[in-house]
Design a protein around this ligand. Structure first.
Ligand SMILES: NC(=O)c1ccc[n+]([C@@H]2O[C@H](COP(=O)([O-])OP(=O)(O)OC[C@H]3O[C@@H](n4cnc5c(N)ncnc54)[C@H](OP(=O)(O)O)[C@@H]3O)[C@@H](O)[C@H]2O)c1
Length: 315
């Protein structure tokens, strides 16, 4: 596997995937937990809408960051030339309202995978890794989860060598989950929290990246869907309280009743970069947890949140 196109590779998870792909092709750095595994040997192409936002990836020796509109079929066709595999990572949390999903979700989660499948088929690129979300389903309560399911279906229908990954919430340096709560705790005296009892099973970004990179080397992963969870389930209120405390600002967490939570989310939709939408609330009606006894694929032991989170939340 030599040339890999990583669409959405400049974000939080994509950066971890890119680092592992590059690290695992470098025999000089075989001292990390994941470097022990088989190597991939990858030359990466990472399209972005704005190159300056991907500066952190310019240091990777075998990665090329290119400005491109991946929604444009002709740009996508050019990006596909000479690739051996595509990793599809584009995802958004705010895609608007509508049936079966808002127009933002339709564009990023459904139309784009369709275009990726079409361009890959035309270019003869068969191997596709696609990141969806845990509990994605056609009848899920949120547009986010329904659109993720439709994106998976579009890729499956294309008949390519597809592997789908469905993570619960992902934590790690640069996450927008625990880090956000730790930051908010600095300024807020308490947390009035929607869906405080929603359950999550957070998984470490490096573990997700490791499973994805390994799957490139494993034929048995073709056609498979992997759920990715950490070792422990938590209520949202526990995660918020934990992040605030580890960040040095312990705060009381107060669960909001459903009507108030809905009103809060609706009001927040008017704020740019708002941390909550009504669709997010609908997503949290389904617990984002794996089945009992679920282990990470390929024999990886999922890393505990308490081992990693203090290293980036403190201070
Ligand atoms: N983070 C989590 O907790 C979590 C949990 C479950 C599933 N996932 C899924 O994992 C994937 C990666 O998530 P992430 O946390 O790494 O996301 P992220 O940090 O927000 O990165 C998103 C990436 O997608 C690109 N992107 C965003 N919107 C786009 C658009 N409208 N058109 C084209 N490109 C766009 C961004 O590229 P540029 O800005 O450089 O153009 C960036 O590379 C997503 O599919 C997400 O749904 C994430």
């Amino acid at each position: 596997m030599r040339n890999i196109l990583v669409i959405g590779g400049t974000g939080f998870l994509g950066t971890a995937v890119a680092h592992q792909l590059v690290r695992r092709c470098s025999s000089a750095k075989r001292n990390s937990k994941y470097a022990e595994r088989a190597t991939v040997g990858a030359s990466l192409t990472l399209p972005t809408r704005r190159r300056e936002r991907a500066k952190h990836l310019l240091v990777l020796p075998t990665a090329q960051v290119v400005e491109a509109d991946v929604h444009d079929p002709s740009a996508l066709a050019r990006l596909m030339v000479g690739q051996d595999a595509v990793i599809s990572l584009v995802g958004i949390l705010k895609g608007g309202e509508g049936e079966p999903y808002g127009s933002g979700f339709a564009r990023a989660h459904v139309d784009l995978p369709q275009k990726i499948a079409a361009a890959a088929k035309t270019a003869g690129v068969r191997r596709i890794l696609h990141v969806s979300a845990l509990k994605a389903a056609a009848d899920a309560p949120s547009g986010y989860l329904r659109s993720k399911a439709a994106g998976e279906a579009a890729l499956r229908d294309a008949g390519l060598d597809l592997t789908v990954f469905r993570p619960s919430v992902i934590f790690g340096q640069g996450d927008s989950f625990l880090t956000l709560f730790a930051r908010l705790a600095r300024i807020a005296p308490l947390f009035p929290l929607a869906c405080a009892d929603a359950r999550f099973q957070p998984v470490w970004v490096a573990d997700v990246a490791a499973v994805m990179v390994d799957s490139l080397l494993r034929e048995e992963s073709i056609g498979a869907t992997y759920e990715l969870c950490g070792p422990t389930q938590y209520r949202l209120r526990e995660l918020v309280g934990y992040a605030a405390a580890v960040g040095g600002h312990p705060r009381p967490v107060i669960g909001l009743p459903p009507a108030l939570a809905w009103l809060q989310a609706w009001a927040m939709e008017f704020i740019p970069n708002s941390p909550m939408t009504r669709d997010n609330i609908r997503s949290m009606r389904v617990d984002s947890v794996c089945d009992a006894g679920c282990r990470l694929a390929f024999g990886y032991n999922a890393t505990a949140l308490e081992v990693v989170a203090p290293t980036y939340l403190r201070g």
